[in-house]
Design a protein. Structure first.
Length: 435
């Protein structure tokens, strides 16, 4: 696995691509030309290293001919210091170009169906509103899905005391770094076999999140806060997220990076292209988080005003940052690009519900420090249910890219209940768990 170089240019628009040359097996090495002859670069210990020389295919070779070209900026200066008589510059592994191109497509939004803003708005507007005397809830899922839903509360409830627990908070001596807007390159697999290992046997899965963890972000009314207030609040939250996720990433041999959060109105153009309104996004091209100021408009009315709804959304996006820094994100994108449409959608759902699970782990870790109530935790689960692909479309068996409401709620509950990162290994879960 390698770290990608900084400084490459990216196209400024994101388009929907076709699915050329795809196959239905996302885990075995594809048949074709042999792996590249270059030696594998070192990757963090704890995962299984792919063996070069195994029959298969190098990233970026056949299967991608129909994709539109991705170009670096014209006028790039020549290779510095190159003089007559020096050895020729070694050719780069073709995966580098492919992976950089895929990162442009890594617009990991909290909501699926990014282009169906009108549909999302109409679905939210027609969601049933509970009677004033009821505890804030949302419409219950169909009875056929009831068995798949977790209970509203974790099986083991942390205490709600604001004071430090016996023994103190975990990872409390960690010096939280400032936001890194020029982060080091993301780790990358060199072969499809290594990508499979990073998805299913990532060293991150052998670690655990610290719990309980102190979170000192100042509470605000996020629904009515000004853009500067919301920007400050969400960037402070990044410090809490780093305190939870620094230890697992470091223990697994990866480098944690603190993203910045940009709050925008309408739409915004980034290295991942133009981002839509009413969403939250992790951009893989610059490793930063973007939050649309009008996102609450797609949250069910019954959940608006509940604490930690906005924070749960941002925790999901930080989950994608964890995936990116542990090479899960880029490995999934590479396999999704190679797979059939149906298999690609399933891989995308595995990625998304894992980010839901990571969000649940964060919220479980800060529950004691923030005095999060059981009802507020239950509302977080209902939030993730409400933005399931089937709930948003109103189509029970809709095959989407983010997961059904039942799946998203269940994986969030798994994260709340467990400190083991391996509990969030959605890439080894049965297909019915990632509908």
């Amino acid at each position: 696995m390698t770290g990608s170089d900084r400084g490459a240019g990216y196209p400024r628009t994101v388009t929907q691509q076709q699915w050329p040359g795809r196959q239905d097996n996302p885990w075995g090495p594809p048949q074709g030309s042999p792996w590249g002859t270059g030696g594998a670069r070192q990757r963090p210990s704890g995962g299984q290293q792919a063996q070069l020389g195994h029959p298969g295919q190098v990233f970026g070779q056949q299967g991608y001919q129909q994709r539109p070209p991705y170009q670096y900026p014209v006028g790039r200066p020549p290779y510095p210091g190159q003089t007559y008589g020096r050895p020729p510059r070694r050719r780069r592994n073709p995966l580098v170009t492919l992976l950089k191109a895929l990162l442009v497509l890594a617009v990991m939004g909290f909501l699926g169906l990014l282009l169906l803003g009108w549909v999302l708005t109409k679905v939210v507007e027609t969601m049933p509103v509970p009677a004033p005397t009821e505890v804030a809830t949302m419409a219950q899922p169909p009875a056929s899905e009831a068995s798949q839903l977790p209970s509203n509360q974790p099986s083991v409830q942390p205490t709600s005391a604001a004071s430090a627990p016996p023994g103190g908070y975990q990872n409390d001596d960690y010096a939280v770094p400032p936001a890194d807007t020029r982060p080091p390159g993301l780790p990358e697999p060199e072969t499809y076999e290594e990508a499979t290992s990073l998805l299913k046997a990532n060293p991150l899965y052998a670690t655990a999140v610290p719990r309980p963890v102190r979170c000192d972000m100042r509470e605000i009314d996020v629904d009515n806060a000004s853009k500067p207030e919301l920007t400050t609040h969400l960037n402070d939250m990044m410090g809490c997220l780093m305190r939870v996720w620094e230890q697992p990433l470091t223990d697994a041999g990866f480098k944690p990076v603190r993203p910045s959060v940009t709050v925008y109105s309408g739409s915004v153009t980034t290295k991942c292209g133009k981002l839509p309104a009413a969403n939250a996004v992790y951009c893989g091209a610059d490793q930063q988080v973007y939050y649309a100021e009008d996102l609450p408009t797609v949250v069910p009315r019954s959940l608006r005003g509940s604490r930690f709804i906005t924070e749960a959304v941002v925790a999901h996006e930080f989950g994608h940052a964890v995936q990116a820094r542990s090479a899960i994100l880029i490995s999934e994108l590479a396999w999704e690009e190679k797979s059939s449409k149906s298999t690609g959608l399933q891989l995308s759902r595995r990625l998304e519900v894992q980010a839901d699970c990571f969000a649940g782990q964060f919220l479980g870790s800060i529950q004691q420090s923030t005095q999060m109530s059981d009802e507020e935790l239950a509302n977080v689960g209902k939030l993730f249910y409400s933005i399931g692909d089937d709930v948003l479309t109103g189509r029970k068996n809709y095959e989407g890219n983010h997961g059904s409401g039942a799946s998203r709620m269940a994986w969030t509950g798994t994260g709340l209940e467990s400190t083991s990162v391996g509990a969030c290994n959605s890439f080894s879960a049965p297909a019915q768990k990632v509908r």
